[in-house]
Ligand binder design. Structure first.
Ligand code: HEM
Ligand SMILES: Cc1cc2nc3c(=O)[nH]c(=O)nc-3n(C[C@H](O)[C@H](O)[C@H](O)COP(=O)(O)O)c2cc1C
Length: 498
Protein backbone atom coordinates (compact mmCIF):
# COMPACT_ATOMS: atom_id res chain seq x y z
CA UNK A 1 0.00 0.00 0.00
CA UNK A 2 1.40 3.41 -0.86
CA UNK A 3 1.60 6.10 1.80
CA UNK A 4 -1.29 8.56 2.02
CA UNK A 5 -0.64 12.29 2.06
CA UNK A 6 -2.05 14.26 5.02
CA UNK A 7 -3.45 16.81 2.57
CA UNK A 8 -5.56 14.06 0.98
CA UNK A 9 -6.88 12.94 4.40
CA UNK A 10 -7.85 16.53 5.16
CA UNK A 11 -10.18 16.66 2.14
CA UNK A 12 -12.32 13.86 3.60
CA UNK A 13 -13.89 15.84 6.38
CA UNK A 14 -17.61 15.52 5.72
CA UNK A 15 -20.39 13.09 6.38
CA UNK A 16 -20.19 11.93 2.78
CA UNK A 17 -16.54 11.00 3.18
CA UNK A 18 -15.00 10.92 6.62
CA UNK A 19 -11.39 9.78 7.02
CA UNK A 20 -9.40 9.88 10.22
CA UNK A 21 -5.88 8.95 11.29
CA UNK A 22 -5.39 6.58 14.20
CA UNK A 23 -1.92 5.47 15.24
CA UNK A 24 -0.45 6.64 11.88
CA UNK A 25 -2.98 4.65 9.86
CA UNK A 26 -5.76 6.17 7.79
CA UNK A 27 -9.33 4.88 8.20
CA UNK A 28 -12.45 5.57 6.21
CA UNK A 29 -15.10 6.06 8.90
CA UNK A 30 -17.95 7.09 6.58
CA UNK A 31 -19.98 3.89 6.92
CA UNK A 32 -19.20 3.65 10.64
CA UNK A 33 -20.58 7.10 11.48
CA UNK A 34 -24.08 5.81 12.11
CA UNK A 35 -22.84 2.77 14.03
CA UNK A 36 -20.43 4.40 16.45
CA UNK A 37 -21.77 3.80 19.96
CA UNK A 38 -20.21 7.09 21.07
CA UNK A 39 -22.24 8.96 18.45
CA UNK A 40 -21.37 10.36 15.03
CA UNK A 41 -20.61 13.85 16.24
CA UNK A 42 -17.37 12.92 18.02
CA UNK A 43 -16.11 11.30 14.84
CA UNK A 44 -17.16 14.25 12.71
CA UNK A 45 -15.17 16.58 14.91
CA UNK A 46 -12.09 14.52 14.07
CA UNK A 47 -12.85 14.12 10.34
CA UNK A 48 -9.77 14.74 8.22
CA UNK A 49 -7.47 14.88 11.24
CA UNK A 50 -5.33 12.75 13.54
CA UNK A 51 -7.74 11.42 16.18
CA UNK A 52 -5.24 9.22 18.04
CA UNK A 53 -4.94 11.25 21.25
CA UNK A 54 -8.67 11.80 21.55
CA UNK A 55 -9.41 8.15 20.66
CA UNK A 56 -7.06 6.80 23.33
CA UNK A 57 -8.86 8.78 26.00
CA UNK A 58 -11.90 6.60 25.47
CA UNK A 59 -10.80 3.28 24.04
CA UNK A 60 -8.05 0.67 24.06
CA UNK A 61 -6.20 0.85 20.71
CA UNK A 62 -7.52 -2.63 19.81
CA UNK A 63 -10.95 -1.10 19.22
CA UNK A 64 -9.86 -0.21 15.68
CA UNK A 65 -9.95 -3.93 14.88
CA UNK A 66 -13.72 -3.74 15.10
CA UNK A 67 -13.77 -1.76 11.86
CA UNK A 68 -14.12 -3.87 8.68
CA UNK A 69 -10.72 -4.49 7.00
CA UNK A 70 -11.69 -2.39 3.97
CA UNK A 71 -11.96 0.69 6.22
CA UNK A 72 -8.17 0.62 6.65
CA UNK A 73 -6.89 2.68 3.72
CA UNK A 74 -3.18 2.57 4.49
CA UNK A 75 -0.47 4.38 6.43
CA UNK A 76 -0.09 8.12 6.44
CA UNK A 77 3.10 9.57 4.98
CA UNK A 78 4.90 10.66 8.17
CA UNK A 79 6.31 13.74 6.40
CA UNK A 80 2.82 15.05 5.72
CA UNK A 81 1.37 15.04 9.23
CA UNK A 82 1.56 18.83 9.16
CA UNK A 83 -0.96 18.88 6.32
CA UNK A 84 -3.70 17.38 8.48
CA UNK A 85 -6.42 19.70 9.68
CA UNK A 86 -6.78 20.48 13.39
CA UNK A 87 -9.80 18.76 14.93
CA UNK A 88 -12.90 20.96 14.94
CA UNK A 89 -13.56 22.58 18.25
CA UNK A 90 -10.56 20.89 19.94
CA UNK A 91 -10.87 20.72 23.71
CA UNK A 92 -8.67 23.29 25.36
CA UNK A 93 -9.51 22.34 28.91
CA UNK A 94 -6.72 19.75 29.06
CA UNK A 95 -6.00 18.47 32.59
CA UNK A 96 -2.31 18.47 31.79
CA UNK A 97 -2.25 22.09 30.69
CA UNK A 98 0.35 24.49 32.05
CA UNK A 99 -1.85 26.63 34.27
CA UNK A 100 -3.41 23.60 35.97
CA UNK A 101 -1.90 24.58 39.30
CA UNK A 102 -3.82 27.82 39.25
CA UNK A 103 -7.11 26.03 38.78
CA UNK A 104 -6.65 22.98 40.97
CA UNK A 105 -6.02 23.27 44.69
CA UNK A 106 -3.19 21.23 46.16
CA UNK A 107 -4.34 17.69 46.97
CA UNK A 108 -3.93 18.33 50.71
CA UNK A 109 -6.68 20.93 50.39
CA UNK A 110 -9.08 18.05 49.74
CA UNK A 111 -10.27 17.25 53.24
CA UNK A 112 -13.67 15.80 52.40
CA UNK A 113 -15.17 14.05 49.39
CA UNK A 114 -16.99 17.03 47.85
CA UNK A 115 -13.60 18.78 47.49
CA UNK A 116 -12.56 16.22 44.89
CA UNK A 117 -15.59 17.05 42.77
CA UNK A 118 -14.73 20.75 42.79
CA UNK A 119 -11.14 20.02 41.76
CA UNK A 120 -12.24 17.63 39.01
CA UNK A 121 -14.74 20.11 37.64
CA UNK A 122 -11.95 22.66 37.33
CA UNK A 123 -9.67 20.42 35.27
CA UNK A 124 -12.03 18.30 33.24
CA UNK A 125 -13.34 19.01 29.78
CA UNK A 126 -17.05 19.76 30.14
CA UNK A 127 -17.99 16.56 28.33
CA UNK A 128 -16.03 14.39 30.75
CA UNK A 129 -17.47 16.10 33.80
CA UNK A 130 -20.97 15.62 32.42
CA UNK A 131 -20.27 11.95 31.85
CA UNK A 132 -19.22 11.42 35.47
CA UNK A 133 -21.82 13.58 37.16
CA UNK A 134 -24.86 12.88 35.02
CA UNK A 135 -27.87 11.13 36.51
CA UNK A 136 -31.22 9.80 35.36
CA UNK A 137 -34.21 11.94 34.37
CA UNK A 138 -34.73 14.86 36.77
CA UNK A 139 -31.90 13.73 39.07
CA UNK A 140 -34.10 12.61 41.97
CA UNK A 141 -32.52 9.16 42.24
CA UNK A 142 -29.09 10.70 42.74
CA UNK A 143 -30.45 13.27 45.16
CA UNK A 144 -32.08 10.72 47.47
CA UNK A 145 -28.89 8.62 47.37
CA UNK A 146 -26.96 11.54 48.80
CA UNK A 147 -29.74 12.83 51.11
CA UNK A 148 -30.72 9.53 52.73
CA UNK A 149 -27.32 9.09 54.38
CA UNK A 150 -28.14 12.27 56.30
CA UNK A 151 -31.60 11.09 57.28
CA UNK A 152 -30.24 8.38 59.56
CA UNK A 153 -28.68 9.56 62.83
CA UNK A 154 -26.25 7.91 65.18
CA UNK A 155 -27.16 7.07 68.79
CA UNK A 156 -23.68 7.46 70.30
CA UNK A 157 -22.58 5.85 73.54
CA UNK A 158 -20.01 7.64 75.70
CA UNK A 159 -17.26 6.75 78.16
CA UNK A 160 -16.43 3.43 76.52
CA UNK A 161 -12.63 3.41 76.33
CA UNK A 162 -12.25 4.01 72.61
CA UNK A 163 -8.50 4.65 72.48
CA UNK A 164 -7.78 2.49 69.44
CA UNK A 165 -10.19 1.60 66.69
CA UNK A 166 -9.90 -1.19 64.14
CA UNK A 167 -11.57 -0.51 60.77
CA UNK A 168 -10.82 -3.86 59.13
CA UNK A 169 -13.48 -5.86 57.28
CA UNK A 170 -13.31 -8.81 54.92
CA UNK A 171 -15.05 -8.66 51.55
CA UNK A 172 -15.94 -12.07 50.09
CA UNK A 173 -13.27 -13.58 52.31
CA UNK A 174 -10.56 -11.07 51.38
CA UNK A 175 -9.45 -8.90 54.24
CA UNK A 176 -9.30 -5.15 53.79
CA UNK A 177 -8.23 -2.31 56.07
CA UNK A 178 -11.60 -0.67 55.35
CA UNK A 179 -15.26 -1.63 54.99
CA UNK A 180 -15.48 0.31 51.70
CA UNK A 181 -14.17 -0.35 48.21
CA UNK A 182 -13.88 1.37 44.82
CA UNK A 183 -17.02 0.90 42.73
CA UNK A 184 -16.81 -0.14 39.07
CA UNK A 185 -16.95 2.74 36.62
CA UNK A 186 -16.74 2.46 32.83
CA UNK A 187 -14.92 4.67 30.34
CA UNK A 188 -12.75 6.22 33.03
CA UNK A 189 -10.32 7.15 30.25
CA UNK A 190 -12.62 10.08 29.60
CA UNK A 191 -11.41 11.54 32.89
CA UNK A 192 -7.73 10.64 32.95
CA UNK A 193 -5.36 9.39 30.26
CA UNK A 194 -4.00 6.64 32.53
CA UNK A 195 -7.27 6.10 34.36
CA UNK A 196 -7.44 2.42 35.26
CA UNK A 197 -3.69 1.95 35.93
CA UNK A 198 -3.67 5.02 38.18
CA UNK A 199 -6.83 3.96 40.00
CA UNK A 200 -5.43 0.46 40.53
CA UNK A 201 -2.13 1.87 41.82
CA UNK A 202 -3.99 4.07 44.28
CA UNK A 203 -6.06 1.10 45.46
CA UNK A 204 -3.05 -1.19 45.89
CA UNK A 205 -1.03 1.40 47.77
CA UNK A 206 -3.82 1.70 50.33
CA UNK A 207 -4.89 -1.95 50.33
CA UNK A 208 -8.47 -1.19 49.34
CA UNK A 209 -10.40 -3.55 47.08
CA UNK A 210 -11.66 -2.47 43.67
CA UNK A 211 -14.33 -3.72 41.30
CA UNK A 212 -13.31 -3.35 37.64
CA UNK A 213 -15.97 -2.43 35.06
CA UNK A 214 -16.63 -4.46 31.89
CA UNK A 215 -16.79 -1.09 30.16
CA UNK A 216 -13.33 0.03 31.25
CA UNK A 217 -11.12 2.02 28.90
CA UNK A 218 -8.44 -0.66 29.30
CA UNK A 219 -8.85 -4.39 28.76
CA UNK A 220 -9.25 -6.76 31.74
CA UNK A 221 -5.73 -8.08 30.98
CA UNK A 222 -4.16 -4.62 31.02
CA UNK A 223 -5.85 -3.75 34.29
CA UNK A 224 -4.75 -6.99 35.92
CA UNK A 225 -1.22 -6.32 34.66
CA UNK A 226 -1.19 -2.88 36.32
CA UNK A 227 -2.40 -4.54 39.50
CA UNK A 228 0.30 -7.21 39.44
CA UNK A 229 3.05 -4.68 38.68
CA UNK A 230 2.04 -2.52 41.63
CA UNK A 231 1.72 -5.53 43.93
CA UNK A 232 5.20 -6.60 42.88
CA UNK A 233 6.58 -3.16 43.73
CA UNK A 234 5.10 -3.53 47.19
CA UNK A 235 6.36 -7.13 47.44
CA UNK A 236 2.81 -8.41 47.44
CA UNK A 237 2.21 -6.76 50.79
CA UNK A 238 -1.03 -5.05 49.78
CA UNK A 239 -4.37 -6.63 50.73
CA UNK A 240 -6.03 -5.29 47.56
CA UNK A 241 -7.96 -7.69 45.35
CA UNK A 242 -9.66 -6.99 42.05
CA UNK A 243 -13.22 -8.14 41.42
CA UNK A 244 -14.94 -7.95 38.03
CA UNK A 245 -18.20 -6.18 37.22
CA UNK A 246 -20.02 -8.07 34.48
CA UNK A 247 -22.48 -6.64 31.96
CA UNK A 248 -24.34 -9.44 30.25
CA UNK A 249 -24.06 -9.23 26.46
CA UNK A 250 -26.91 -10.56 24.32
CA UNK A 251 -24.66 -13.16 22.72
CA UNK A 252 -24.19 -16.07 25.17
CA UNK A 253 -20.91 -17.18 23.57
CA UNK A 254 -19.46 -13.73 24.01
CA UNK A 255 -20.60 -13.76 27.65
CA UNK A 256 -18.98 -17.12 28.31
CA UNK A 257 -15.75 -16.01 26.65
CA UNK A 258 -15.57 -12.96 28.89
CA UNK A 259 -16.32 -14.99 32.04
CA UNK A 260 -13.56 -17.45 31.17
CA UNK A 261 -11.10 -14.64 30.54
CA UNK A 262 -11.92 -12.97 33.84
CA UNK A 263 -11.50 -16.29 35.66
CA UNK A 264 -8.21 -17.05 33.95
CA UNK A 265 -6.87 -13.59 34.84
CA UNK A 266 -7.57 -14.13 38.54
CA UNK A 267 -10.37 -11.67 39.32
CA UNK A 268 -11.84 -12.72 42.65
CA UNK A 269 -15.58 -12.35 42.16
CA UNK A 270 -18.16 -11.72 39.46
CA UNK A 271 -20.37 -8.74 40.24
CA UNK A 272 -23.21 -9.02 37.74
CA UNK A 273 -24.93 -5.70 37.11
CA UNK A 274 -28.67 -6.39 36.99
CA UNK A 275 -30.11 -2.87 37.05
CA UNK A 276 -29.21 -2.09 33.45
CA UNK A 277 -31.37 -4.11 31.01
CA UNK A 278 -31.30 -0.86 29.05
CA UNK A 279 -29.43 2.34 29.70
CA UNK A 280 -31.27 4.89 31.85
CA UNK A 281 -32.03 8.34 30.49
CA UNK A 282 -28.91 10.38 31.25
CA UNK A 283 -30.37 13.84 30.87
CA UNK A 284 -27.25 16.02 30.92
CA UNK A 285 -25.70 13.74 28.36
CA UNK A 286 -28.75 14.12 26.13
CA UNK A 287 -28.38 17.90 26.13
CA UNK A 288 -24.74 17.52 25.24
CA UNK A 289 -25.47 15.12 22.38
CA UNK A 290 -28.02 17.54 20.98
CA UNK A 291 -25.54 20.41 21.26
CA UNK A 292 -22.84 18.37 19.52
CA UNK A 293 -25.10 17.43 16.66
CA UNK A 294 -26.14 21.03 16.20
CA UNK A 295 -22.49 22.10 16.22
CA UNK A 296 -21.62 19.83 13.31
CA UNK A 297 -24.79 20.62 11.40
CA UNK A 298 -26.42 17.23 11.90
CA UNK A 299 -29.53 18.37 13.69
CA UNK A 300 -31.72 16.83 11.02
CA UNK A 301 -30.70 13.36 12.20
CA UNK A 302 -32.65 12.18 15.22
CA UNK A 303 -30.48 11.23 18.15
CA UNK A 304 -32.03 7.79 18.28
CA UNK A 305 -30.99 7.03 14.73
CA UNK A 306 -27.40 7.95 15.35
CA UNK A 307 -27.37 6.06 18.59
CA UNK A 308 -28.74 2.85 17.17
CA UNK A 309 -25.21 1.41 17.25
CA UNK A 310 -23.77 -1.63 15.50
CA UNK A 311 -22.71 -5.01 16.79
CA UNK A 312 -19.82 -4.39 19.11
CA UNK A 313 -17.48 -6.40 21.26
CA UNK A 314 -17.61 -4.28 24.39
CA UNK A 315 -20.08 -2.99 26.94
CA UNK A 316 -21.43 0.54 26.95
CA UNK A 317 -19.84 2.97 29.31
CA UNK A 318 -21.00 6.44 28.65
CA UNK A 319 -23.95 8.70 28.96
CA UNK A 320 -27.11 8.00 27.04
CA UNK A 321 -25.42 6.07 24.21
CA UNK A 322 -26.88 2.66 23.55
CA UNK A 323 -24.42 0.03 22.37
CA UNK A 324 -26.43 -2.51 20.51
CA UNK A 325 -25.81 -6.11 21.60
CA UNK A 326 -23.99 -5.16 24.76
CA UNK A 327 -26.71 -5.10 27.37
CA UNK A 328 -29.09 -7.99 27.40
CA UNK A 329 -32.64 -6.95 28.27
CA UNK A 330 -33.54 -10.66 28.09
CA UNK A 331 -31.60 -11.78 31.18
CA UNK A 332 -33.62 -13.77 33.75
CA UNK A 333 -32.91 -15.44 37.07
CA UNK A 334 -32.55 -18.73 35.23
CA UNK A 335 -29.42 -17.39 33.53
CA UNK A 336 -27.67 -17.64 36.87
CA UNK A 337 -27.68 -21.41 36.41
CA UNK A 338 -25.46 -21.45 33.34
CA UNK A 339 -23.32 -18.61 34.68
CA UNK A 340 -22.69 -20.71 37.78
CA UNK A 341 -21.43 -23.54 35.56
CA UNK A 342 -18.91 -21.22 33.88
CA UNK A 343 -17.85 -19.36 37.03
CA UNK A 344 -17.03 -21.17 40.26
CA UNK A 345 -16.07 -18.10 42.29
CA UNK A 346 -18.41 -15.84 44.27
CA UNK A 347 -21.28 -14.08 42.50
CA UNK A 348 -22.68 -10.74 43.66
CA UNK A 349 -25.78 -9.24 42.04
CA UNK A 350 -25.24 -5.51 41.62
CA UNK A 351 -28.38 -3.36 41.52
CA UNK A 352 -30.84 -5.11 43.87
CA UNK A 353 -33.57 -2.62 44.77
CA UNK A 354 -36.25 -4.51 46.73
CA UNK A 355 -36.65 -7.26 49.32
CA UNK A 356 -38.18 -9.79 46.92
CA UNK A 357 -35.12 -9.74 44.67
CA UNK A 358 -32.79 -10.02 47.65
CA UNK A 359 -34.60 -13.21 48.59
CA UNK A 360 -34.38 -14.55 45.04
CA UNK A 361 -30.64 -13.86 44.95
CA UNK A 362 -30.29 -16.02 48.04
CA UNK A 363 -32.49 -18.77 46.62
CA UNK A 364 -30.43 -18.80 43.41
CA UNK A 365 -27.25 -19.35 45.40
CA UNK A 366 -25.50 -15.99 45.06
CA UNK A 367 -22.84 -15.15 47.62
CA UNK A 368 -23.69 -11.46 47.80
CA UNK A 369 -26.00 -8.67 46.75
CA UNK A 370 -25.14 -5.05 46.11
CA UNK A 371 -28.01 -2.72 46.93
CA UNK A 372 -27.55 -0.01 44.35
CA UNK A 373 -29.36 2.16 41.87
CA UNK A 374 -26.23 2.67 39.76
CA UNK A 375 -25.39 6.01 41.29
CA UNK A 376 -28.83 7.36 40.35
CA UNK A 377 -28.12 6.81 36.66
CA UNK A 378 -30.77 4.20 35.86
CA UNK A 379 -34.43 4.20 36.99
CA UNK A 380 -36.10 7.50 37.84
CA UNK A 381 -36.98 7.93 41.56
CA UNK A 382 -35.17 4.75 42.58
CA UNK A 383 -34.98 3.81 46.27
CA UNK A 384 -31.68 4.71 47.90
CA UNK A 385 -29.65 1.69 48.92
CA UNK A 386 -30.27 2.51 52.59
CA UNK A 387 -34.02 2.37 51.96
CA UNK A 388 -33.59 -1.01 50.26
CA UNK A 389 -31.53 -2.25 53.19
CA UNK A 390 -34.32 -1.30 55.61
CA UNK A 391 -36.83 -3.07 53.40
CA UNK A 392 -34.71 -6.22 53.45
CA UNK A 393 -34.36 -6.01 57.24
CA UNK A 394 -38.14 -5.82 57.50
CA UNK A 395 -39.34 -8.31 54.91
CA UNK A 396 -36.57 -10.87 54.49
CA UNK A 397 -34.14 -10.49 57.40
CA UNK A 398 -33.14 -14.13 56.95
CA UNK A 399 -30.78 -13.17 54.08
CA UNK A 400 -28.73 -10.87 56.31
CA UNK A 401 -26.57 -13.52 57.91
CA UNK A 402 -26.38 -15.62 54.77
CA UNK A 403 -25.43 -13.22 51.99
CA UNK A 404 -22.75 -10.57 52.00
CA UNK A 405 -24.65 -7.31 51.68
CA UNK A 406 -23.05 -4.38 49.90
CA UNK A 407 -24.47 -0.91 49.35
CA UNK A 408 -23.48 1.97 47.14
CA UNK A 409 -24.69 5.38 46.02
CA UNK A 410 -24.22 8.89 47.33
CA UNK A 411 -21.74 8.06 50.07
CA UNK A 412 -19.63 11.17 50.62
CA UNK A 413 -18.46 10.75 54.23
CA UNK A 414 -16.57 7.87 55.83
CA UNK A 415 -18.63 7.94 59.00
CA UNK A 416 -21.77 7.17 56.99
CA UNK A 417 -20.29 3.77 56.19
CA UNK A 418 -20.93 2.95 59.83
CA UNK A 419 -24.67 3.51 59.44
CA UNK A 420 -24.86 0.88 56.74
CA UNK A 421 -22.75 -1.52 58.80
CA UNK A 422 -24.95 -1.00 61.89
CA UNK A 423 -27.91 -2.04 59.75
CA UNK A 424 -26.22 -5.23 58.60
CA UNK A 425 -24.14 -4.30 55.54
CA UNK A 426 -20.80 -5.99 54.92
CA UNK A 427 -19.22 -3.05 53.10
CA UNK A 428 -20.03 0.02 51.03
CA UNK A 429 -18.96 0.98 47.49
CA UNK A 430 -17.74 4.47 46.65
CA UNK A 431 -17.93 5.66 43.05
CA UNK A 432 -17.78 9.31 42.02
CA UNK A 433 -15.55 10.56 44.86
CA UNK A 434 -12.79 8.22 43.64
CA UNK A 435 -13.43 9.13 40.03
CA UNK A 436 -13.17 12.86 40.72
CA UNK A 437 -10.06 12.34 42.85
CA UNK A 438 -8.50 10.38 40.00
CA UNK A 439 -9.44 13.02 37.44
CA UNK A 440 -7.86 15.84 39.42
CA UNK A 441 -4.82 14.15 40.97
CA UNK A 442 -4.34 10.65 39.51
CA UNK A 443 -3.01 8.01 41.91
CA UNK A 444 -2.29 10.59 44.57
CA UNK A 445 -5.93 11.64 44.56
CA UNK A 446 -7.12 8.04 44.84
CA UNK A 447 -4.89 7.50 47.86
CA UNK A 448 -6.03 10.76 49.39
CA UNK A 449 -9.68 9.85 48.91
CA UNK A 450 -9.12 6.59 50.81
CA UNK A 451 -7.33 8.46 53.60
CA UNK A 452 -10.14 10.99 53.90
CA UNK A 453 -12.83 8.29 54.11
CA UNK A 454 -10.75 6.13 56.47
CA UNK A 455 -10.10 8.98 58.85
CA UNK A 456 -13.76 10.00 58.92
CA UNK A 457 -14.69 6.39 59.57
CA UNK A 458 -12.21 5.98 62.43
CA UNK A 459 -13.31 9.26 64.02
CA UNK A 460 -16.93 8.17 63.66
CA UNK A 461 -16.16 4.91 65.49
CA UNK A 462 -14.46 6.73 68.39
CA UNK A 463 -17.41 9.08 68.69
CA UNK A 464 -20.02 6.35 68.39
CA UNK A 465 -18.37 4.44 71.20
CA UNK A 466 -17.00 1.36 69.43
CA UNK A 467 -13.48 0.07 68.78
CA UNK A 468 -14.12 -2.66 66.23
CA UNK A 469 -16.59 -3.18 63.42
CA UNK A 470 -17.73 -6.39 65.12
CA UNK A 471 -19.43 -4.15 67.68
CA UNK A 472 -21.85 -2.40 65.28
CA UNK A 473 -25.54 -2.95 66.15
CA UNK A 474 -28.83 -1.71 64.67
CA UNK A 475 -29.66 0.18 67.87
CA UNK A 476 -26.66 2.45 67.29
CA UNK A 477 -28.62 4.32 64.62
CA UNK A 478 -32.00 6.01 64.44
CA UNK A 479 -33.51 5.15 61.06
CA UNK A 480 -37.08 6.14 61.97
CA UNK A 481 -37.38 8.83 59.33
CA UNK A 482 -36.56 6.42 56.54
CA UNK A 483 -38.62 3.64 58.11
CA UNK A 484 -41.67 5.90 58.06
CA UNK A 485 -41.31 6.21 54.31
CA UNK A 486 -40.42 2.61 53.64
CA UNK A 487 -42.58 0.59 51.27
CA UNK A 488 -45.37 -1.44 52.86
CA UNK A 489 -47.50 -4.10 51.18
CA UNK A 490 -50.78 -2.51 50.14
CA UNK A 491 -52.86 -4.44 52.72
CA UNK A 492 -50.70 -3.14 55.58
CA UNK A 493 -50.69 0.40 54.22
CA UNK A 494 -54.51 0.35 53.92
CA UNK A 495 -54.97 -0.99 57.46
CA UNK A 496 -52.80 1.69 58.95
CA UNK A 497 -54.93 4.33 57.27
CA UNK A 498 -58.19 3.11 58.88
C1 HEM B 1 -12.16 3.18 15.35
C2 HEM B 1 -13.31 2.76 15.60
C3 HEM B 1 -14.08 3.01 16.85
C4 HEM B 1 -14.78 2.06 17.52
C5 HEM B 1 -14.90 0.58 17.15
C6 HEM B 1 -15.41 2.70 18.64
C7 HEM B 1 -16.22 2.06 19.54
C8 HEM B 1 -16.83 2.67 20.62
C9 HEM B 1 -17.62 2.01 21.62
C10 HEM B 1 -17.90 0.52 21.66
C11 HEM B 1 -18.06 2.94 22.51
C12 HEM B 1 -18.96 2.71 23.73
C13 HEM B 1 -18.22 2.84 25.00
C14 HEM B 1 -17.11 1.83 25.21
O1 HEM B 1 -17.33 0.63 25.09
O2 HEM B 1 -16.00 2.26 25.56
C15 HEM B 1 -17.51 4.20 22.09
C16 HEM B 1 -17.70 5.38 22.77
C17 HEM B 1 -17.02 6.55 22.47
N1 HEM B 1 -16.15 6.75 21.43
FE1 HEM B 1 -15.63 5.41 20.02
N2 HEM B 1 -15.06 4.01 18.65
C18 HEM B 1 -14.24 4.25 17.58
C19 HEM B 1 -13.65 5.45 17.23
C20 HEM B 1 -13.71 6.60 17.98
C21 HEM B 1 -13.02 7.82 17.68
C22 HEM B 1 -12.12 8.04 16.49
C23 HEM B 1 -13.35 8.72 18.64
C24 HEM B 1 -12.94 10.16 18.81
C25 HEM B 1 -11.81 10.57 18.71
C26 HEM B 1 -14.24 8.08 19.55
C27 HEM B 1 -14.78 8.65 20.66
C28 HEM B 1 -15.68 8.05 21.51
C29 HEM B 1 -16.28 8.69 22.63
C30 HEM B 1 -16.06 10.14 23.07
C31 HEM B 1 -17.11 7.75 23.23
C32 HEM B 1 -17.93 7.94 24.48
C33 HEM B 1 -19.31 8.21 24.20
C34 HEM B 1 -19.75 9.58 24.63
O3 HEM B 1 -19.10 10.54 24.32
O4 HEM B 1 -20.76 9.65 25.32
N3 HEM B 1 -14.43 6.78 19.12
N4 HEM B 1 -16.78 4.02 20.94
C1 LIG C 1 -19.07 7.56 35.62
C2 LIG C 1 -19.71 6.32 36.13
C3 LIG C 1 -19.59 5.15 35.41
C4 LIG C 1 -20.17 3.98 35.89
N1 LIG C 1 -19.99 2.82 35.19
C5 LIG C 1 -20.49 1.67 35.69
C6 LIG C 1 -20.24 0.45 35.03
O1 LIG C 1 -19.57 0.39 34.02
N2 LIG C 1 -20.80 -0.67 35.56
C7 LIG C 1 -21.55 -0.66 36.71
O2 LIG C 1 -22.04 -1.70 37.15
N3 LIG C 1 -21.77 0.50 37.37
C8 LIG C 1 -21.25 1.65 36.90
N4 LIG C 1 -21.46 2.82 37.59
C9 LIG C 1 -22.18 2.80 38.89
C10 LIG C 1 -21.18 2.60 40.05
O3 LIG C 1 -20.63 1.31 40.05
C11 LIG C 1 -21.86 2.80 41.41
O4 LIG C 1 -23.00 2.00 41.48
C12 LIG C 1 -22.23 4.26 41.68
O5 LIG C 1 -21.32 5.13 41.07
C13 LIG C 1 -22.27 4.55 43.17
O6 LIG C 1 -22.70 5.84 43.42
P1 LIG C 1 -21.71 7.09 43.74
O7 LIG C 1 -21.04 7.45 42.46
O8 LIG C 1 -22.66 8.13 44.19
O9 LIG C 1 -20.74 6.64 44.80
C14 LIG C 1 -20.90 4.01 37.11
C15 LIG C 1 -21.02 5.20 37.83
C16 LIG C 1 -20.43 6.35 37.35
C17 LIG C 1 -20.54 7.61 38.16
Amino acid sequence: MSLIDGAEVTKHNSRKSCWIVLDSKVYDMTDFLGNHPGGAAVLMKQAGSDATTEFKKYHPLEYVNQLPPEAHLGAIDPNTFGNLRAPKDAETNDPASANEEERVPHVTMCVSCPDFEKAAKAVLPRKSYIYASTSANTGLSLKSNVDDWGRINFRPRVMRNVGNVDTRRAILGHSSPYPFYISPMGTMGALHAEAEPEMVRGAVRKGSHMVVSTASSRTPEQIMQSFEEEQKKLQDASSTQLFFQFYMPVDRNKAIKLIHMVKMLGYKGLWITVDTPVLGKRTADRYLQAEELLAVGMQEDSTAEWEAGGENAYAPAMGGRVVSGQLSPHTTWEDLKWIRKEWDGPIVLKGIQCAEDAKLAYQYGCEGILLSNHGGRQIHTAPSSLMTLLEIRTYCPEVLGKLEIFLDGGLRDGSDVLKALCLGATAVGVGRPYLYALAAYGTQGVERCTDVLAEELATGMHLLGITSLDQVRPNMVNATRLLNEMWRPESVAMKSRL
